[in-house]
Design a binder for this molecule. Sequence first.
Ligand code: SF4
Length: 315
Amino acid sequence: MLFIPTLISLGTSMDLAQKIQQLKKEKKAIILAHNYQRPEIQDLADYTGDSIELSRKAMNEKDAECIIFSAVDFMAESASILNPTKKVLLPRKDAKCPMAKMLTVNQIRQAKTKYPKVPVVLYVNTLAVCKAEADICCTSANAVEVVNALDADTILFGPDKNLAEYVAEKTGKTLIPLPSDGYCPTHLRFQSDEVKVLKMQYPNAKVLVHPECTKEMRLIADFIGSTSKICSYAKESNIKTFIVGTESGILHRLQKENPAKTFYLAFENAVCPNMKRTTPKDIYLSLKEEKHLIDIPKATAKKAQISLERMFEIG
Ligand code: SF4
């Protein structure tokens, strides 16, 4: 069933919002927005979530023929791989994840040659061509579960070194980072000193941190988890104040789902510029002109799909 959101953010003019709703009906489209998107995009979307939550939503939307995936390149690619009969559109062609670009097919092949019997686990924050080389994918929500499920004590893991480190701590396995220094530039900017200052101001606050942050941030955290897990934790907790260590866009969802609670960003400028590229006008143009279509060569998509489906079988 296609869902029409009732809440239109002040950031989108009524006229533009109506045009988008009209086009959505005509094209049998749904709009999916990542938790890090601008608030006005989240309010326009049918669903907001992390990349795999959104791809799963897309798979269950039987009536939809077209998916506007408001996020960055690798996420729209995953949606397309998992929904091969649907048109998947990325509103901004230049919305690319710098961390995903840090890993190349050559690096994976070289690592496989060097460690022939070691399985390759790739974070979903990778391009389709890389996923096609992996044994299995994982998200930040299920990485520990995926690595634990493998019958191997040493694992090649990419591209986020911080997530690899966190998973190694949790599983006791040896994770070889691939590349050796992959990172998310936005999560790298969080510093524990700034959290300490906030903790002095709000001593009862719980600190919620994404595993893409550095170890010093993980050590200061009360809870470490993916964006979806951070949202669930905040909702279920009796605590009223939180300091949040992930991209700024998540605050909109947290505040909307928990109006009686207060959230402070652990670092004010934790903004992923790529996640913030898409505007309501881009959504409108994407629907109207059907751009930019995600088109992955069939053989690559098929192999990447296997890596993603293996992950779903575990998680
Ligand atoms: S927040 Fe980090 S991992 Fe996510 S899209 Fe931006 S750069 Fe990539």
